[in-house]
Design a protein around this ligand. Structure first.
Ligand SMILES: Nc1nc2c(ncn2[C@@H]2O[C@H](COP(=O)(O)OP(=O)(O)OP(=O)(O)O)[C@@H](O)[C@H]2O)c(=O)[nH]1
Ligand SMILES: [Mg+2]
Length: 338
């Protein structure tokens, strides 16, 4: 049974955190139910839970992969195939899908599909889809929090988000590696990258390459396009993988490419820190706007402070502190400068 959000005191938050860390599915489900609960008491409880899950003196661990791209390219199917591949390699996996389809149909595509392929008694995999999409000004609160919860329980977290442009950029706040999934013949996405509308992904995936000939043609197209992206100033070669989620083609190669990128990250801790800072800033800006930012000394100063205070609480807790300070400043009270 899900805990009553308002009744989650310090010791039950601690117990829930311990259950999540011990990858107990019941505790993880409860934590994710709490994450989905939009009531203020639940948000406070999640904020406390994230604080309890975050161990400031332990270096960043695990691998967080964002799968992003236009609707219908096969991200959910690929997430399920990739999760199966990772399980074969002995790694534990948590999947969170922000599933716009479920908003339309009321169902959960990934959930259904994934359940088809996973052994329910497998303790090493957890799949959850959220019907909530992004919120104005960024990824949903639930997405950030769910990644933190799953990241505390599983070695690899896959995050599926739909969209190009802002979504692809925002998924960087939660993922160490961003894979952009497209389908053959989708040159428009590369135009976006070239035009600087979109950040450069870490890995480019052409899904629906269901037979070798199609895969070869799709990759040849992409290499040409990626070459012009690179010459437009995007730097080194972009790793590209052709996959078919339906027949399992290229999924192992994709897992390898994701690992290779992850190994090449020399500043995982810094990347995670910037994600946390961005989340806190987003929460604060959503509430108080640029006026709030200016009142507290400007963006650069606030970001520097958030970096410094990271160990003091979860990103929502730190955002809440800024918020209190802003409100105090509005009232002209002493304490406005602490
Ligand atoms: N032929 C082929 N079809 C695929 C492949 N991967 C997915 N599909 C199909 O494409 C459709 C969309 O797949 P999803 O996995 O739901 O795609 P998605 O990107 O998650 O979609 P949204 O979450 O709605 O953006 C489904 O009918 C899949 O069966 C593939 O590799 N080859
Ligand atoms: Mg999907």
């Amino acid at each position: 049974m899900a805990p009553e959000a308002g009744a989650l005191d310090g010791s039950s938050v601690g117990a829930l955190a311990a259950g999540v860390r011990a990858h107990q599915k019941l505790a993880i489900s409860q934590a994710l139910n709490l994450v989905e609960d939009r009531r203020p008491a639940a948000r406070d409880a999640v904020s406390a839970l994230l604080g309890a899950l975050h161990e400031p003196n332990v270096p960043a661990q695990g691998q967080r992969v964002g799968l992003t791209g236009p609707p219908g390219v096969g991200k959910s199917s690929l997430a399920a195939a990739l999760a199966r591949e990772l399980r074969h390699r002995g790694r534990t996996v948590g999947v969170v899908a922000i599933d716009p389809t479920s908003v339309r149909s009321g169902g959960s595509i990934l959930g259904d599909r994934a359940r088809m392929g996973f052994d329910p008694s497998d303790e090493g995999i957890f799949v959850r889809s959220f019907a909530t999409g992004g919120e104005a000004g960024g990824l949903s609160w639930a997405t950030h929090a769910a990644v933190e919860v799953l990241g505390a329980a599983y070695e690899v977290v896959l995050v599926e988000t739909t969209g190009v442009g802002q979504t692809e950029t925002d998924v960087r706040h939660v993922a160490d590696t961003v894979a952009l999934v497209i389908q053959p013949g989708s040159g428009d996405v590369l135009q976006f990258i070239k035009a600087g509308v979109m950040e450069i992904p870490d890995v480019l995936v052409v899904n629906k390459a269901d037979h070798e000939a199609l895969a070869a043609r799709a990759l040849a197209d992409l290499r040409g396009a990626a070459h012009s992206v690179a010459s437009a100033g995007a730097g080194g070669a972009l790793p590209m993988v052709a996959t078919s989620a339906t027949i399992g083609l290229g999924v192992a190669a994709l897992a390898d490419a994701l690992d290779a990128h992850h190994r090449s990250l020399d500043a995982l801790e810094a990347r995670r820190l910037e994600g946390d800072v961005a989340w806190s800033m987003q929460l604060f800006v959503r509430r108080h706007g640029e006026h709030g930012v200016l009142t507290l000394g400007g963006r650069a100063a606030l970001e520097a402070e958030l970096r410094q205070r990271r160990g003091e609480g979860s990103p929502p807790a730190l955002a809440e502190r800024l918020s209190e300070r802003f409100l105090a400043a509005l009232r002209g009270q002493p304490g406005a400068s602490t």
